[in-house]
Design a protein around this ligand. Structure first.
Ligand code: SF4
Length: 430
């Protein structure tokens, strides 16, 4: 039997798709790159932003005709979109031809429901509030030489615009021992870059071990590998983490630190629990203490009641912080969140503001890229296409360079940078 998975959303979901694939391989399924040939199509959904949800509906709807003529085809919809209150029931009503609907915390139950579906042609919708960290599933990894490792699940922060705490449940952290075992295993398997995943890794805690303690433990692994982590909430980013990054030769000097807004009034409405001043101080501390550190961010424009002055403060913060990259979003209301009850602002204004923000950030990104010209950087090769390798510097810049026969994906190479585009660098192996 052949399966195909369509993944929406962030790295967290990409890794969850690897776990879904792992459970399917255990049942004798084989991956098929062509969705039209698959016997089982799995949609691993995301509900954090409205357009991801719209795409899911469009893609499921497009299968209706095929499902009518192909009795053997099974369709499963999984992920955080289906974990929303009543969402699974609504989905089954809108698309009755879907065979299986499971919430984000129940992905491991897919093989069980596939068997049940074979016998009864109907499926009970399962929901669970919190991820059970005792569940262990095989993972079919697809990102060599990078490997994702969950260190925690869920979120306790309830940012007013965000649906994650409602669909992913409360925070639970894995034990340092389990994480260490998994990382050691992956390095033994030849993986060269480990990314620790959590909605807010800085609030990781297991008994008396916090996030900086976990980083210190992982840094003791005496092998050549890179350690990255995401995502960080600025309110919990401690000096101890900065110290751990500074002292470790393995932890990469790149931090993704979503700021969302530069206006204290908006940050308060967002329930982010830091001010623009505190955020800028944190950035100064990072740049001042960690050599060659780069910071990327997420910024949202058009949050309810955002004024021109609020937006100007976001622009000022963006110019001050000199982000290497910013993922910019237009606010869209998410069901059952506090912000969804606040007065929305004009769509045209949102559009103008995001255009202006992208223009400002592109200029900064280009300046940072230009500053790499003439430097020599260590790059981990992580992809190959059309005669060129792709890889990243320690601090996260994408580099493209000509393939050489003696090297392969997973090798560390020294690259002399000779040109820069906005989002990437060009170089040659030396
Ligand atoms: S920290 Fe805020 S934005 Fe991030 S997942 Fe939690 S609630 Fe959502």
């Amino acid at each position: 039997m052949l399966y195909h998975i369509v993944t929406y959303g962030c790295q967290m979901n990409v890794h969850e798709s690897e776990k879904i694939a792992g459970t399917l391989h255990g049942e004798g399924y084989t991956f098929c790159g062509d969705i039209d040939k698959a016997d089982l199509i799995v949609f691993n959904t995301c509900c954090i932003r409205e357009n991801a949800e719209k795409r899911v509906f469009g893609n499921i709807g497009a299968l209706k005709k095929r499902k009518m003529t192909d009795a053997g085809l099974k369709i499963a919809v999984l992920g955080c979109m289906t974990q929303q209150k009543d969402a699974a029931a609504r989905l089954k009503k809108k698309f009755p031809f879907v065979d299986i609907v499971l919430g984000a915390n129940n992905l491991h139950l897919l093989p069980y429901y596939l068997k049940l579906n074979d016998k009864k042609n109907s499926v009970k919708i399962e929901e669970a509030d919190t991820y059970d960290i005792n569940i262990s599933v095989d993972t079919f990894r697809t990102s060599f030489p990078n490997a994702w490792v969950n260190i925690m699940y869920g979120c306790d922060n309830f940012c007013s615009y965000c649906i994650v705490p409602y669909v992913r449940g409360r925070e639970v952290s894995r034990s340092p021992k389990d994480i260490l075992n998994e990382v050691n295993f992956l390095i033994g398997e030849g993986y060269k870059e480990i990314t620790l995943l959590g909605q807010n890794v800085n609030s990781y805690r297991y008994e008396d071990c916090d996030f900086s303690g976990l980083l210190c433990e992982l840094s003791k692994i005496d092998k050549k590998f890179r350690l990255r982590f995401m995502t960080s909430n600025p309110k919990d980013f401690s000096d101890d983490v900065i110290d751990a990054m500074n002292l470790s030769k393995n932890i990469c000097k790149h931090i993704h630190l979503p700021v969302q807004s530069g206006s204290d009034r908006i940050l308060k409405l967002m329930n982010r629990k830091y001010t623009a001043k505190r955020y800028i101080e944190l950035i100064e501390k990072i740049y001042g203490n960690i050599d060659n550190a780069l910071v990327s961010t997420d910024i949202m424009v058009g949050f309810p009641t955002e004024t021109d002055e609020d937006f100007c403060e976001t622009i000022r913060l963006t110019e001050t912080c000199k982000f290497s990259q910013a993922f910019t979003f237009i606010y869209s209301p998410r069901q059952n969140t506090l912000a969804a009850k606040m007065p929305d602002i004009d769509a045209e204004i949102k559009k103008q503001r995001i255009g202006e923000l992208i223009r400002v950030q592109n200029k900064i990104t280009k300046e940072i890229s230009d500053s790499f010209k003439g430097k020599t950087e260590e790059v981990l090769i992580d992809d190959y296409k059309d005669g060129y390798f792709m890889g990243r510097t320690d601090n996260g810049r994408l580099v493209r360079f000509k393939k050489r026969e003696s090297y392969e994906v997973g090798d560390f190479v020294r690259i002399k940078i000779f040109a820069s585009k906005s989002a990437s660098l060009a170089g040659e192996i030396i």
